[in-house]
Design a protein. Structure first.
Length: 487
């Protein structure tokens, strides 16, 4: 996330007298949108029976109060909380009236072109509202549906204040921040920040606790928006928005890896099979943009070269380095740079089976490398090397260590290496960790094919830059491979 990224923040109104004035006030305070009821909370509608059934007149304000662009970008409508509550009533008239009320408000929200509608779940009985929303989504709606839920179960909150309730095993129930951080693995679109959670610093300005700051930072990385709700407890509502901007700017740093992977977050990709398939030029280009890997490779090769040839021998000895699976030559270039930095003589063999990548290697050999590099167009397992190497370098690791057959290839290539030779990498370990990610689960669930079992895609490995997820336990090592393998 770039340090210059801006937080999107809205202001919640329990009710508004003049909608256009409230919108202007919030905009001047720095807010991007406001959340307002679709109808007045005390406006009684009786669609089934009752005196109000015959009432004449509109149930809410006119759409002429704002322009279409303002309705569609600056207003989040809230559905009647009373209607949501009565929707699960055992009294049929109440239940039917609530359904009519909710449908009326949802229809009007679609008419206005609102970007989102919001409603609160005050009970775990939500079958009817789920049915109504499902029917709307199936029909196709222009707005998002924001379901407002508490971050902690009300029963657990109540239990913390009772002496007759035992805590969970291992004290897990005590650490509420462990629970709350699990929201980082949920599809959170917006976080409601009541003014009651804000503290006041020595200068009288609103601030948040360190724990709240960390949670907000995590939600911001998921592109969540924030909504300030509740009565004003400080000088002005703009102070809350300004503070959120401040902590985002202060805590977020430019991460090269995050910047490099932007656009690929939570994107399911099938693992490459470079041994079976010849990679395309675009794929090589993506690999070569890695901001960390190749600098680490160069540092490792520099240390290995210095270890193999001492300062006294640098004018008389030459290091033999083989790059197996050279691709378009990024490791070859780094090897030459490492030798130059170490002031050692070097001879490089670039072994590559992809004939298309060999064209690129040969072009660089003719134009830049000269006799320092020998390009070999061959499968490393079948090549008959003219001499043995002091250093064997490869980048065959897949996302899960051995899933691109790195051990099999390197075991076949270690015959090129001298008895005291160095392999880079020399060992690698795969790790496993359970995690939750409804977003990825739903992505995989939607990947269905006619001739495959519906669980087939759940048993398929994917390469994913994980983003909207929460690890449920620490990672644990699975297996380790060491090179050269002398066993």
């Amino acid at each position: 996330v770039m340090a210059s990224a801006r937080v999107s923040c809205g202001l919640e109104y329990p009710n508004v007298y003049e909608l256009s004035d409230s919108l202007q006030d919030s905009t001047r305070a720095g807010y991007d949108f406001i959340s307002v009821p679709l109808a007045h909370p005390r406006f009684i509608r009786e669609h089934v029976e009752g005196d109000a059934k015959k009432r004449i007149g509109a149930f809410t304000r006119s759409d002429l109060l704002l322009s279409s662009s303002e309705w569609s970008s600056l207003i989040v409508g809230r559905i009647s909380a009373t209607a949501i509550l009565n929707l699960e009533s055992s009294v049929s008239s109440l239940r039917m009236n609530s359904e009519e009320t909710i449908n009326q408000e949802l229809t009007f929200a679609a008419h206005l072109g609102l970007p989102a509608v919001m409603f609160s779940l005050s009970t775990d009985r939500c079958t009817n509202i789920a049915r109504i929303i499902h029917n709307r989504v199936v029909q196709g709606v222009c707005y998002q549906v924001w379901v407002r839920v508490p971050m902690q179960a009300p029963e657990e909150i109540a239990a913390q204040h009772r002496s007759d309730k035992k805590q969970s095993v291992d004290g897990f129930a005590i650490d509420t921040w462990t629970w709350w951080n699990k929201w980082l693995g949920e599809p959170v679109r917006s976080a409601i920040l009541p003014t009651s959670i804000w503290l006041t610093n020595k200068k009288g300005f609103p601030v948040l606790s360190r724990a709240h700051q960390l949670l907000i930072k995590g939600l911001f990385r998921l592109h969540a928006q924030f909504v300030i709700s509740g009565p004003l407890r400080h000088q002005h509502f703009k102070l809350y928005q300004q503070y959120l901007e401040h902590i985002i700017r202060a805590q977020l740093e430019v991460d090269p890896l995050t910047d490099f992977a932007r656009g690929y977050e939570d994107y399911l990709q099938c693992p490459l099979q470079p041994l079976m398939d010849n990679l395309e030029s675009q794929t090589y280009e993506v690999f070569e943009k890695d901001p960390v890997k190749y600098s680490e490779y160069e540092q490792a090769m520099y240390m290995a070269i210095c270890d193999k040839i001492s300062e006294e021998e640098k004018d008389t000895k030459e290091i033999i380095l083989m790059v197996v699976g050279a691709g378009r030559g990024p490791l070859v270039r780094r090897a030459l740079a490492a030798a130059k930095g170490a002031q050692r003589k070097i001879k490089v063999y670039a072994v590559e089976k992809n004939p298309n990548a060999v064209v690129t290697l040969q072009a660089q050999q003719d134009e830049d490398w000269g006799d320092q590099v020998t390009v070999v167009s061959c499968d490393m397992r079948e090549w008959d090397a003219p001499e043995q190497a002091d250093i064997l370098v490869s980048e065959l690791l897949g996302s899960f260590g051995d899933n691109e057959l790195s051990p099999e290839c390197l075991d076949g290539a270690q015959k090129f290496l001298k008895e005291d030779g160095i392999s880079i990498p020399s060992s690698y370990t795969s790790f496993l960790s359970p995690l939750q990610s409804p977003k990825l689960y739903n992505e995989i669930r939607n990947c269905r094919e006619k001739d495959k079992h519906f669980l087939a895609h759940f048993e398929t490995p994917y390469v994913v830059y994980l983003h909207n997820k929460k690890e449920l336990a620490p990672s644990q090592s699975l297996f380790t491979f060491t090179h050269p393998n002398r066993e």
